[in-house]
Write a protein that binds this ligand. Sequence first.
Ligand code: PGA
Length: 250
Amino acid sequence: MKNKIIAGNWKMNKNRAETESFFAELLPLVADTRNTVILCVPFTDLCKAVKSAQGTNIHIGAQNCHWKESGAFTGEIAPSMLVETGVEYVIVGHSERRTYFGETDATVLARTKAALNAGLKPIVCIGETLQERQSGKTEEVLKRQVTEGFADISAEELGRTVVAYEPVWAIGTGVTATDEQANDAIKYVRSVFAEKYGKAVADKLFILYGGSMNDGNAANLLAMSDVDGGLIGGASLVPQKFAAIVHSHR
Ligand code: PGA
Protein backbone atom coordinates (compact mmCIF):
# COMPACT_ATOMS: atom_id res chain seq x y z
CA MET A 1 0.00 0.00 0.00
CA LYS A 2 1.15 3.56 -0.75
CA ASN A 3 1.94 5.87 2.14
CA LYS A 4 -0.12 9.04 2.07
CA ILE A 5 0.83 12.62 1.28
CA ILE A 6 -0.55 15.08 3.81
CA ALA A 7 -0.09 18.61 2.52
CA GLY A 8 -1.10 21.82 4.27
CA ASN A 9 -2.10 24.93 2.34
CA TRP A 10 -1.89 27.98 4.58
CA LYS A 11 -3.25 30.27 1.87
CA MET A 12 -2.72 33.93 2.92
CA ASN A 13 -2.22 33.23 6.62
CA LYS A 14 0.57 33.53 9.21
CA ASN A 15 3.53 35.88 9.54
CA ARG A 16 7.15 34.91 10.17
CA ALA A 17 6.87 34.73 13.96
CA GLU A 18 3.76 32.55 13.68
CA THR A 19 5.56 30.34 11.17
CA GLU A 20 8.43 29.78 13.58
CA SER A 21 6.17 28.84 16.50
CA PHE A 22 3.99 26.60 14.27
CA PHE A 23 6.99 24.52 13.22
CA ALA A 24 8.39 24.36 16.74
CA GLU A 25 5.08 22.83 17.87
CA LEU A 26 4.51 20.61 14.84
CA LEU A 27 7.94 18.99 14.44
CA PRO A 28 7.87 16.70 17.50
CA LEU A 29 4.24 15.77 16.82
CA VAL A 30 4.89 14.31 13.35
CA ALA A 31 8.51 13.18 13.60
CA ASP A 32 7.60 9.48 13.56
CA THR A 33 5.09 9.39 10.68
CA ARG A 34 5.60 7.25 7.56
CA ASN A 35 3.46 9.67 5.56
CA THR A 36 4.95 12.50 3.52
CA VAL A 37 4.24 15.83 5.22
CA ILE A 38 4.28 19.06 3.19
CA LEU A 39 3.48 22.62 4.24
CA CYS A 40 2.72 25.18 1.50
CA VAL A 41 3.19 28.63 3.00
CA PRO A 42 3.06 32.25 1.78
CA PHE A 43 6.14 33.49 -0.12
CA THR A 44 7.23 35.70 2.79
CA ASP A 45 7.24 32.71 5.18
CA LEU A 46 9.23 30.39 2.91
CA CYS A 47 12.71 31.20 4.27
CA LYS A 48 11.56 30.75 7.85
CA ALA A 49 9.71 27.52 6.99
CA VAL A 50 12.65 26.04 5.06
CA LYS A 51 15.01 26.84 7.94
CA SER A 52 12.62 25.41 10.54
CA ALA A 53 12.12 22.20 8.55
CA GLN A 54 15.79 21.64 7.77
CA GLY A 55 16.93 18.15 8.77
CA THR A 56 13.35 17.03 9.56
CA ASN A 57 10.79 14.92 7.67
CA ILE A 58 8.78 18.00 6.64
CA HIS A 59 8.85 19.32 3.08
CA ILE A 60 8.13 22.93 2.14
CA GLY A 61 6.05 24.19 -0.74
CA ALA A 62 4.93 27.50 -2.23
CA GLN A 63 1.41 28.26 -3.44
CA ASN A 64 2.09 29.49 -6.98
CA CYS A 65 4.89 30.16 -9.47
CA HIS A 66 5.17 31.85 -12.85
CA TRP A 67 5.91 30.08 -16.14
CA LYS A 68 8.83 32.36 -17.15
CA GLU A 69 12.29 32.38 -15.63
CA SER A 70 12.48 36.17 -15.38
CA GLY A 71 11.08 39.31 -16.95
CA ALA A 72 8.43 41.98 -16.69
CA PHE A 73 5.86 40.09 -14.60
CA THR A 74 5.16 42.35 -11.64
CA GLY A 75 4.12 40.44 -8.55
CA GLU A 76 5.10 37.00 -9.84
CA ILE A 77 7.76 34.57 -8.59
CA ALA A 78 9.90 32.36 -10.89
CA PRO A 79 10.29 28.63 -10.17
CA SER A 80 14.09 29.01 -9.89
CA MET A 81 13.58 31.62 -7.15
CA LEU A 82 11.67 29.01 -5.17
CA VAL A 83 14.33 26.37 -5.78
CA GLU A 84 17.12 28.62 -4.52
CA THR A 85 15.05 29.29 -1.40
CA GLY A 86 15.03 25.57 -0.64
CA VAL A 87 11.44 24.93 -1.68
CA GLU A 88 10.54 21.46 -3.04
CA TYR A 89 6.83 21.66 -3.92
CA VAL A 90 4.49 24.24 -5.41
CA ILE A 91 0.70 24.31 -5.59
CA VAL A 92 -0.51 25.12 -9.10
CA GLY A 93 -4.01 25.97 -10.28
CA HIS A 94 -5.75 26.13 -6.92
CA SER A 95 -9.44 26.96 -7.43
CA GLU A 96 -8.93 30.30 -5.66
CA ARG A 97 -6.33 31.15 -8.32
CA ARG A 98 -8.72 30.01 -11.04
CA THR A 99 -11.66 31.97 -9.56
CA TYR A 100 -10.01 35.22 -8.43
CA PHE A 101 -6.90 35.50 -10.58
CA GLY A 102 -7.97 34.29 -14.00
CA GLU A 103 -6.05 31.02 -13.94
CA THR A 104 -7.05 28.72 -16.83
CA ASP A 105 -6.12 25.18 -17.83
CA ALA A 106 -3.57 26.73 -20.22
CA THR A 107 -1.87 28.85 -17.53
CA VAL A 108 -1.99 25.91 -15.13
CA LEU A 109 -0.18 23.80 -17.70
CA ALA A 110 2.43 26.53 -18.33
CA ARG A 111 3.11 26.93 -14.61
CA THR A 112 3.27 23.16 -14.06
CA LYS A 113 5.72 22.72 -16.93
CA ALA A 114 7.95 25.55 -15.66
CA ALA A 115 7.88 24.16 -12.12
CA LEU A 116 8.91 20.72 -13.40
CA ASN A 117 11.68 22.19 -15.58
CA ALA A 118 13.10 23.94 -12.51
CA GLY A 119 13.05 20.72 -10.49
CA LEU A 120 10.04 21.54 -8.31
CA LYS A 121 7.25 19.05 -7.64
CA PRO A 122 3.94 20.64 -8.61
CA ILE A 123 0.74 19.89 -6.70
CA VAL A 124 -1.83 20.52 -9.43
CA CYS A 125 -5.40 21.24 -8.29
CA ILE A 126 -8.53 20.32 -10.21
CA GLY A 127 -12.19 20.13 -9.23
CA GLU A 128 -15.72 21.04 -10.19
CA THR A 129 -17.95 23.84 -8.87
CA LEU A 130 -21.27 23.19 -7.13
CA GLN A 131 -23.17 24.27 -10.24
CA GLU A 132 -21.14 21.88 -12.40
CA ARG A 133 -21.80 19.00 -10.00
CA GLN A 134 -25.50 19.77 -9.77
CA SER A 135 -25.85 19.86 -13.53
CA GLY A 136 -24.15 16.47 -13.88
CA LYS A 137 -20.97 17.87 -15.41
CA THR A 138 -18.43 16.70 -12.82
CA GLU A 139 -16.75 14.10 -15.05
CA GLU A 140 -16.78 16.36 -18.10
CA VAL A 141 -15.06 19.14 -16.13
CA LEU A 142 -12.48 16.82 -14.58
CA LYS A 143 -11.73 15.28 -17.96
CA ARG A 144 -11.18 18.72 -19.50
CA GLN A 145 -8.97 19.86 -16.63
CA VAL A 146 -6.81 16.73 -16.95
CA THR A 147 -6.71 16.67 -20.74
CA GLU A 148 -5.93 20.37 -21.18
CA GLY A 149 -4.07 20.99 -17.93
CA PHE A 150 -1.61 18.13 -18.60
CA ALA A 151 -1.57 18.36 -22.40
CA ASP A 152 2.19 18.14 -22.93
CA ILE A 153 3.27 16.61 -19.62
CA SER A 154 5.28 13.43 -20.21
CA ALA A 155 4.91 10.24 -18.17
CA GLU A 156 8.26 10.95 -16.55
CA GLU A 157 7.07 14.45 -15.60
CA LEU A 158 3.79 13.10 -14.27
CA GLY A 159 5.87 10.88 -12.00
CA ARG A 160 7.18 14.04 -10.33
CA THR A 161 3.72 15.60 -10.05
CA VAL A 162 1.02 15.35 -7.39
CA VAL A 163 -2.65 15.93 -8.26
CA ALA A 164 -5.23 17.27 -5.82
CA TYR A 165 -8.94 16.73 -6.45
CA GLU A 166 -10.64 19.62 -4.69
CA PRO A 167 -14.35 20.06 -5.34
CA VAL A 168 -14.79 23.84 -5.20
CA TRP A 169 -18.02 23.48 -3.18
CA ALA A 170 -16.11 21.76 -0.38
CA ILE A 171 -13.28 24.25 -0.02
CA GLY A 172 -13.50 26.37 3.12
CA THR A 173 -17.22 25.67 3.40
CA GLY A 174 -17.24 23.03 6.10
CA VAL A 175 -19.06 20.78 3.61
CA THR A 176 -16.82 17.79 2.92
CA ALA A 177 -17.37 15.44 0.02
CA THR A 178 -18.56 12.09 1.32
CA ASP A 179 -15.92 9.38 1.39
CA GLU A 180 -17.58 7.80 -1.66
CA GLN A 181 -17.88 11.08 -3.60
CA ALA A 182 -14.18 11.78 -3.05
CA ASN A 183 -13.15 8.25 -3.96
CA ASP A 184 -15.39 8.04 -7.04
CA ALA A 185 -14.12 11.34 -8.43
CA ILE A 186 -10.49 10.40 -7.80
CA LYS A 187 -11.05 6.99 -9.41
CA TYR A 188 -12.47 8.75 -12.43
CA VAL A 189 -9.54 11.17 -12.60
CA ARG A 190 -7.15 8.22 -12.36
CA SER A 191 -8.94 6.51 -15.24
CA VAL A 192 -8.50 9.62 -17.40
CA PHE A 193 -4.77 9.62 -16.63
CA ALA A 194 -4.68 5.87 -17.35
CA GLU A 195 -6.13 6.41 -20.83
CA LYS A 196 -3.20 8.64 -21.73
CA TYR A 197 -0.30 7.30 -19.68
CA GLY A 198 -1.28 3.68 -19.03
CA LYS A 199 -2.51 2.00 -15.88
CA ALA A 200 0.88 1.54 -14.21
CA VAL A 201 1.69 5.26 -14.35
CA ALA A 202 -1.83 6.23 -13.24
CA ASP A 203 -1.74 3.79 -10.33
CA LYS A 204 1.53 5.27 -9.08
CA LEU A 205 0.24 8.85 -9.32
CA PHE A 206 -0.64 10.44 -5.97
CA ILE A 207 -4.12 11.97 -6.14
CA LEU A 208 -5.09 13.83 -2.98
CA TYR A 209 -8.50 14.94 -1.78
CA GLY A 210 -8.98 18.52 -0.60
CA GLY A 211 -11.99 20.42 0.78
CA SER A 212 -12.81 20.81 4.47
CA MET A 213 -10.70 17.82 5.46
CA ASN A 214 -10.11 17.90 9.21
CA ASP A 215 -9.03 15.77 12.15
CA GLY A 216 -12.59 14.39 12.42
CA ASN A 217 -13.13 13.16 8.85
CA ALA A 218 -9.56 12.47 7.64
CA ALA A 219 -9.29 8.86 8.82
CA ASN A 220 -12.31 7.71 6.80
CA LEU A 221 -11.38 9.72 3.70
CA LEU A 222 -7.78 8.45 3.81
CA ALA A 223 -8.99 4.87 4.20
CA MET A 224 -10.68 4.98 0.77
CA SER A 225 -8.99 2.94 -1.95
CA ASP A 226 -8.06 5.79 -4.29
CA VAL A 227 -7.49 8.69 -1.89
CA ASP A 228 -3.70 9.02 -1.71
CA GLY A 229 -3.66 11.85 0.80
CA GLY A 230 -5.08 15.26 1.58
CA LEU A 231 -4.58 18.93 0.77
CA ILE A 232 -5.69 20.73 3.88
CA GLY A 233 -6.46 24.44 4.22
CA GLY A 234 -8.08 25.63 7.44
CA ALA A 235 -7.10 22.63 9.57
CA SER A 236 -3.44 22.99 8.58
CA LEU A 237 -3.13 26.24 10.53
CA VAL A 238 -3.23 24.55 13.94
CA PRO A 239 -0.31 22.21 14.69
CA GLN A 240 -2.32 19.76 16.83
CA LYS A 241 -5.11 19.49 14.25
CA PHE A 242 -2.72 19.08 11.34
CA ALA A 243 -0.69 16.47 13.27
CA ALA A 244 -3.89 14.55 14.03
CA ILE A 245 -4.64 14.40 10.31
CA VAL A 246 -1.09 13.20 9.60
CA HIS A 247 -1.58 10.42 12.17
CA SER A 248 -5.07 9.47 11.07
CA HIS A 249 -3.43 7.12 8.56
CA ARG A 250 -0.70 4.84 9.94
P1 PGA B 1 -10.01 23.81 3.26
O1 PGA B 1 -9.10 24.22 1.99
O2 PGA B 1 -9.37 22.61 3.88
O3 PGA B 1 -9.95 25.02 4.17
O4 PGA B 1 -11.37 23.53 2.75
C1 PGA B 1 -8.54 23.23 1.17
C2 PGA B 1 -7.77 23.89 0.05
O5 PGA B 1 -8.24 24.92 -0.45
O6 PGA B 1 -6.69 23.43 -0.35
